[in-house]
Write a protein that binds this ligand. Structure first.
Ligand code: GLC
Length: 745
């Protein structure tokens, strides 16, 4: 594995200079102040605990979160710098997951671009705006691999695959941090939630995760390791019990893996209240015990449970912990503040944000990212792209004019949605057409989200009555009946995915499918646009609707990007970062699984369920274009290669259609036998390319120890086997163009 790049070490100051300044700071700090640096204070009304300003004034806080107020940032920073005993500046932190004011596609959508430039450029803009607002640190990227779409937080990650996830992780870290932490347009990134949160039982958020070491090492941890190699400055420990030891008190994770094996030198913050939660989880005896477990496990900063500030003096006084151990936890926090130049530049220019968010290139970047993230799932008879001379278009559905659904999950506190909705985007695209709209019946969670009270304008309104729902249904059908072309915009609301948003079914919520069927029965040409934060089991639509565009939660420019693609001003080229199950009950479902003794091609194949095949509705890596591609001339540089050496794979890709388009060339391997059984397919290379009609390009990939090695249960370590390998190259995980090679001892 690559040598870890020291976290956040990319700054003008040498390591020696940083250490010297940190030593000088520690030398003049009291124990109470050192513990203060380990305390992250909640800056919002809902956050319990003592007043932020009082804690800051006595040097009892190293960071503040859940505050989004530039003026207030400077006020609190002034208290820290000018009134606290050692004048150590604060780190202001917030969840800027896919944009601060200019909102980008959700991370799952960014991963669907299969283009690392998309997350890198998006998070660069997000960092510039967040920093201009006075923030120093974002709680992103979220790197949880997830193979169970019932888990609501799948929206925040990069899907089911560690190889794609690792590429997206590094790209997001580069976007947030740049290559110099002193850069005043960058923020500290935070690899979260370390680790295994996406494996919570049956996709139920916060439930325990039982993960074997081979699954951890080969699937869950690689994106986190990629973030360390990219120099990520901070980590966040997860909420859930990992194999019965909560991640926030887990020495194996936080000390052995993260520091001893990976050489990480930044710091770890807990998830919200997670240190205090160790008592609730039935792990720690009391808050004092919780604090001790977190500190001993190497968890530097307590996010707003205040267990560290309450108990550490007593823990040291009773020698449960030494002051030296506390200093070791404080050191990386001070080092990052020094590297960021916060001691020299603690305040933010309060006039900067308005200039930054007015930059036209920010919204252009959001529209570009949204175009590249969308996945064309179906286009029967080339219905798409639609013609712009259409006379009457009906835009139908509860999400068609929803700014919240268009911007999606994880909006920063105080953000007021301002997206271009699909309806607005289509109206802007067709100034001469009559574009009508009907929402149809509303959709809502059966059990409201507790985030509703925090999101502007989302306070739960009373549910529609049956009469209101029927009237809305009828109005939508009539609106469709009067049009030449119908565009249905269906999916999930922003609060139906994300945190505390797991669900047992993956069907379209509410009466959406019923409405889709009624509109389809009119015999008009119907295009379905999906706005959603997770895979949906749109099985009826897949069989009956001629064109389906997966638009995810596309951000501030989402409606324009949808219109660009529907009317041919942009060509769809995205691919699924996670397979779409036919039913929620088929989850967890993933392509990189073992053959078993009854594989699909075996005459004794057991179809796994007698009530329906669990094959994906749409497989991992799948996505169509407005053109077609052919793969040919697959070659490997050698039929045999020694353990530890590399070989090159090349393939020719030709645009066989009439328009330019993007293809994502994907390389999958299968080790046919070995110390351990290996998955029937594993993604080990991808490249998104643009080809003009008739153009052919040769794409090459390297396969070496990093791609061919794995963590072995049998051997209890990283190994590379001499063995025979299949390889396939193509446009999705069902690729058929095949070659073989041998790795010899
Ligand atoms: C939340 C989330 C985490 C977020 C943190 C701070 O509960 O689990 O992803 O960064 O609290 O808002």
């Amino acid at each position: 594995m690559n040598k870890a790049k020291k976290s956040g070490t990319t700054s003008a100051l040498s390591e020696a200079e940083v250490n010297k300044r940190v030593d000088a700071l520690l030398a003049r700090m009291s124990l109470e102040e050192k513990v203060g640096q380990l305390n992250q204070v909640g800056g919002a009304e809902f956050a319990p605990g003592p007043k932020a300003e009082d804690q800051i004034r006595k040097g009892g806080a190293g960071s503040v979160l859940w505050l989004n107020d530039t003026k207030k940032f400077n006020e609190l920073q002034k208290v820290a710098v000018e009134e606290s005993p050692s004048g150590i500046p604060l780190l202001f932190a917030l969840d800027v997951i896919h944009g601060y004011r200019t909102i980008f596609p959700v991370p799952l959508a960014m991963a669907a671009s299969w283009d690392p430039n998309v997350p890198e450029k998006s998070q660069t803009v997000a960092a510039r705006e967040a920093r201009a607002a006075g923030l120093h640190w974002t709680f992103g990227p979220m790197l949880d691999i997830c193979r169970d779409a019932r888990w609501g937080r799948i929206v925040e990650g990069a899907g089911e695959d560690p190889f794609l996830g690792a590429a997206m992780a590094a790209a997001q870290v580069r976007g947030f941090q740049g290559d110099d932490l002193a850069d005043s347009e960058r923020v500290l990134a935070c690899a979260k939630h370390f680790a295994g949160y996406g494996y919570s039982d049956a996709g139920r958020d916060y439930d325990p995760a039982y993960i074997s070491e081979t699954q951890l090492r080969n699937t869950v941890l690689p994106p986190f390791k990629a973030a360390v190699d990219a120099g990520v400055a901070t980590f966040m420990s997860a909420y859930m019990d990992l194999n019965d030891v909560p991640a926030s008190g887990n020495r194996w994770l936080l000390r052995q893996v993260l520091r001893e094996e990976w050489g990480f030198e930044g710091f770890v913050v807990s998830d919200a209240f997670a240190v205090g939660n160790l008592v609730i989880q039935g792990h720690a005896k009391d808050r004092r015990d919780a604090a001790l477990r977190g500190l001993k496990a190497g968890l530097n900063m307590d996010m707003s449970s205040y267990t560290y500030t309450e108990n550490t003096a007593d823990l040291v006084a009773k020698s449960d912990l030494s002051e030296a151990e506390i200093e070791a936890l404080v050191r990386p926090i001070l080092a990052l503040k020094v590297r960021m130049g916060l001691f020299e530049r603690p305040y933010v220019d309060e006039g900067l944000l308005d200039q930054v968010i007015a930059r036209p290139d920010h919204r252009e970047a959001s529209r570009w990212a949204a175009q590249r993230s969308m996945v064309l799932l179906k286009n029967e008879g080339g219905l798409l792209p639609l013609k712009k001379d259409v006379k009457k278009v009906a835009v139908i559905g509860p999400l068609a004019d929803s700014m919240q659904a268009t911007e999606g999950s994880w909006m920063v506190f105080g953000h007021t949605p301002a997206a271009v909705t699909v309806l607005a985007g289509i109206r802007a695209k067709l100034p001469n057409a009559e574009v009508t709209y009907a929402s149809g019946p509303e959709i809502r969670r059966d059990i409201p989200s507790w985030f509703e009270s925090m999101m502007a304008g989302q306070a739960s309104k009373p549910a529609q009555t049956q009469e209101e729902s029927d009237a809305a249904f009828q109005a939508a059908v009539e609106t469709a009946r009067a049009a030449d072309q119908v565009i249905m915009v269906l999916g999930e609301t922003d609060l139906m995915a994300g945190e505390a948003a797991s669900r047992a079914s993956l069907d379209l919520p509410g009466r959406q499918e019923e409405l889709l069927k009624a509109v389809a029965a009119l015999g008009k040409p119907v295009v379905l646009v999906l706005l959603n934060g997770r895979p949906l089991s749109v099985t009826w639509a897949a069989e009956n609707i001629p064109a389906i565009l997966e638009a995810w939660e596309p951000g501030s420019e989402g409606g324009n990007a949808v219109a660009d693609i529907l009317f041919g001003d942009a060509i769809p080229g995205g691919k699924l970062p996670v397979g779409f199950p036919r039913k929620g009950s088929h989850a967890p479902l993933y392509y990189a699984r073992n053959l078993t003794h009854s594989p699909e091609e075996s005459p004794m194949y057991n179809p796994r369920y007698w009530d329906g095949l669990p094959t994906p509705l749409y497989p991992f890596g799948y996505g169509l274009s407005y053109t077609t591609f052919a793969f040919s001339d697959l070659k490997v540089s050698a039929a045999q290669v020694k353990v530890g050496s590399s070989l090159t794979v090349s393939v020719d890709v030709t645009n066989t259609g009439a328009v330019a388009g993007d293809e994502v060339v994907q390389l999958y391997i299968h080790q046919k036998w070995g110390t351990d059984t290996r998955p029937m397919r594993e993604l080990k290379g991808f490249e998104r390319i643009t080809l003009q009609p008739g153009e052919c390009k040769t794409v090459t990939f390297e396969l070496g120890p990093d791609e061919l090695g794995y963590w072995s249960t049998n051997a209890g370590k990283w190994i590379q086997d001499p063995a025979s390998f299949d390889l396939w190259v193509g446009s999705d995980s069902l690729a058929t163009l095949h070659a073989e090679f041998e790795v010899i001892g």
